[in-house]
Design a protein around this ligand. Structure first.
Ligand SMILES: CSCCC(=O)C(=O)COP(=O)(O)O
Ligand code: MG
Length: 241
């Protein structure tokens, strides 16, 4: 059964929704883990690295934490899959360089790219909102197995420029930035708590529930449910779904 929405734009979660969590955890996480040491020592003076290191110290409540202590904290957050903003910033630096060198190629479920093209051809704007940093998102969409998907995307949002994904205020901030009414904005995610926050902000929601993903057993928490993007029809509000 298809879900039908009248919406002007779609906002996409990545991990568990457009792409497999297993790929992120098995391929991307080890790639960043093995490079944090050199990033935090050899490149500590780079503004983005220095700023993220300060954010880690603040989160730890340890103003004097040195590079090995920061690396230890990052690795334990990786073990927990904690979506801490400085962890995501540092991963984004490492991953973008890996994608640019051709050492990484991103994964999208096979139903995703045809649906993105279909919705966009119908005049629907596409945005991304992920815990992964904007730099990581840009690299992810720019270096997929299906080619460069960035031309399909109108805007990228993360926990730095929008806020935490389980906070309704973040969705309000994105509505403000993209200039679309909340009631004509559809959020697709695998996590019920994110969908709840989006709905509180007045957005349309659909839970994407894919077998094998961590939130599959939990269900969508009462949000409309789709097993893949193939089962989601989006038409611009006013043009009839
Ligand atoms: C290109 S981002 C890589 C995935 C990632 O690190 C992440 O945290 C994604 O979380 P999401 O909010 O998309 O579920
Ligand atoms: Mg997700």
């Amino acid at each position: 059964m298809s879900l039908r929405f009248a919406a002007d734009c779609v906002v996409l979660d990545i991990e568990g929704t457009t792409s497999a969590t297993g790929f992120v955890v098995d391929v991307l996480y080890p790639y960043s883990r093995s490079r944090f040491g050199s990033l935090l020592t050899e490149r500590a003076a780079e503004p983005a690295v220095r700023r993220a290191a300060e954010q880690v110290r603040a989160l730890l409540g340890e103003p004097a934490a040195d590079a090995p202590r920061i690396v230890q904290a990052l690795n334990s957050w990786l073990d927990e899959d904690r979506k801490a903003t400085p962890l995501k910033t540092l991963q984004g630096i490492v991953w973008s360089e890996g994608f640019a060198r051709g050492e990484l190629v991103s994964h999208f479920y096979e139903d995703v790219v045809p649906a993105l093209r279909r919705w966009r051809a119908g005049g629907v704007r596409l945005h991304v909102y992920s815990s992964g940093s904007v730099a990581a998102q840009r690299a992810w969409f720019g270096h997929s197995a299906q080619g460069d998907l960035l031309p399909l995307v109108d805007g990228l949002y993360d926990t730095e420029n929008a806020g935490p994904k389980q906070s309704p205020g973040s969705y309000r901030a994105i509505s403000e930035a993209i200039g679309a009414p909340p009631g004509r904005t559809l959020f697709l995610s695998d996590r019920p708590a994110e969908l709840d926050a989006a709905r509180t902000a007045g957005w349309l929601t659909a839970g994407v529930r894919r077998p094998g993903e961590p939130y599959y057993a939990q269900g969508t928490g009462g949000h409309p449910e789709a097993g893949s993007f193939a089962g989601i029809d989006v038409a611009r509000a006013g043009s009839g779904p």
